[in-house]
Design a binder for this molecule. Structure first.
Ligand SMILES: [Fe+2]
Ligand SMILES: [Fe+2]
Length: 399
């Protein structure tokens, strides 16, 4: 491919002389001319060049103006510039190099030397172009890999949440709706986008600990005994352990062990996993301190758990389950309003009920029969779920 060279000089004689000098290279070089700096700028805007050769002394804008312009513009900043000068002022060369010129030749120039210098600059430009192209490719690859990792992370997190649901009952897109609704409620509260995104990713894992509840309790038809109920309650601590436990203590292959021995993994300092573990542990705590497993009260309960607690109950009451129909909205809101200040953080609940249309929208969009379903459950077993020893509607739903 021919290299494109732009020569800028206000004297037609010099341009003619340069044309003759460079003619022998016409097979490799495509040479273009300009009689002024302004015209040269226009040419640089409309086409790519591999080298600019410019006279310094020109009427109006001079070669230094052009050099400054070339170095300033993103599209031209890497083009080598060879300055030409008829003046023998030694300071000119220093100034030209300081401003980013590749070299300066005094007129009259030696033809062989001119060609040698041009060749050397074009070679350098070619290497630079190759490195830049490789950098762009690498950046693109890193971007794609990062996107892929992000997609994988999101998918794994949600599928982990879904794993718990599969063992439980036919709860369809429950974890998906809890994810979207938790994010929406966090946004209604004015929380940061970072917090909203984290709660979106982690809230679907709130019941991951049910994986550790024995089948005869988790899948039991009918009410649980007090003893069984105590075991069922352990799903909170089991979930937190699954997510938070120090995984370096496990016997892993040498390479994986090394990778996991970093501080980050030892202390489970990953903020996402820590939030997920916190939600798994305390999503059944209650504002008045009567919840489980740690009987935390008010602000002792992490904010994210207070948010998830509200949307989890709302979704369970709105959804049909094998042991209960879906309740009409008025009834759901009436039940939940009664729990404000005892079960739910009253302030957060007020934001929730004020924005109820948003949560209704999420219910509809990700309903269990919706095409929007991110994950679908195939389980149709009829089983009871988390049933407490009393008969209240909330306890029927496991709260
Ligand atoms: Fe739960
Ligand atoms: Fe749930």
């Amino acid at each position: 491919m021919q290299s494109r060279i732009l020569i800028v000089d206000d004297e037609p004689n010099i341009l003619n002389s340069l044309t003759r000098s460079l003619h022998c290279m016409s097979k490799n070089w495509s040479v273009h001319y300009s009689l002024s700096v302004d015209e040269a700028k226009e040419m640089l805007k409309s086409a790519k060049f591999d080298l600019v050769i410019s006279d310094i002394s020109m009427p109006g804008k001079d070669g230094f103006d052009l050099l400054a312009h070339i170095r300033r513009e993103e599209a031209t900043k890497d083009i080598p510039v060879l300055m030409l000068s008829g003046l023998s002022d030694r300071g000119l060369k220093g100034k030209a190099l300081d401003m980013g010129a590749s070299d300066l030749l005094h007129k009259p120039f030696d033809r062989e030397e001119l060609i040698a210098r041009i060749n050397s600059m074009l070679r350098l430009k070619e290497y630079q172009d190759k490195i830049s192209a490789q950098k762009v490719l690498l950046e693109q690859e890193v971007k794609e890999r990062t996107k892929e990792l992000e997609r994988t992370r999101l998918e794994l997190i949600w599928r982990l949440g879904k794993a718990a649901e599969y063992r439980d009952t036919d709860t369809g897109n429950h974890v998906v709706r809890v994810g979207y609704s938790s994010r929406a409620l966090a946004q209604c509260l004015g929380m940061s986008e970072d917090f909203a995104e984290k709660i979106f990713l982690t809230s679907p894992m709130h019941d991951i600990g049910k994986i550790g509840i024995p089948d005869h309790i988790l899948l039991k038809r009918g009410k649980l005994t007090d003893e069984e109920w105590e075991i069922m309650k352990q799903h909170c601590k089991i979930g937190a352990n699954i997510l938070e436990e120090d995984i370096t203590k496990f016997q892993l292959s040498q390479d994986v062990g090394k990778a996991l021995s970093s501080e980050c993994f030892k202390k489970t300092s990953n903020p996402l996993i820590r939030m997920a573990a916190g939600i798994a542990l305390s999503h059944h705590e209650r504002w008045d301190g009567s919840g489980y497993p740690n009987k935390l009260a008010k602000e002792e309960i992490p904010l994210e758990s207070r948010i998830v607690s509200i949307v989890d109950v709302y979704d369970s009451l709105c959804s049909a389950r094998p042991y209960k129909p879906s309740y009409p909205e008025e009834k759901v809101l009436m039940i939940m309003e009664d729990e404000k200040g005892s079960h739910f953080d009253p302030e957060i609940f007020n934001f929730f009920s004020k924005s109820i249309d948003i949560f209704k929208g999420i219910q509809n969009k990700y309903s269990d029969n919706s095409q929007q379903s991110v994950m679908t459950s195939s389980s149709t077993s009829e089983m009871n779920f988390d049933i407490e020893p009393n008969d209240s509607v909330l306890s029927l739903c496991g709260f």
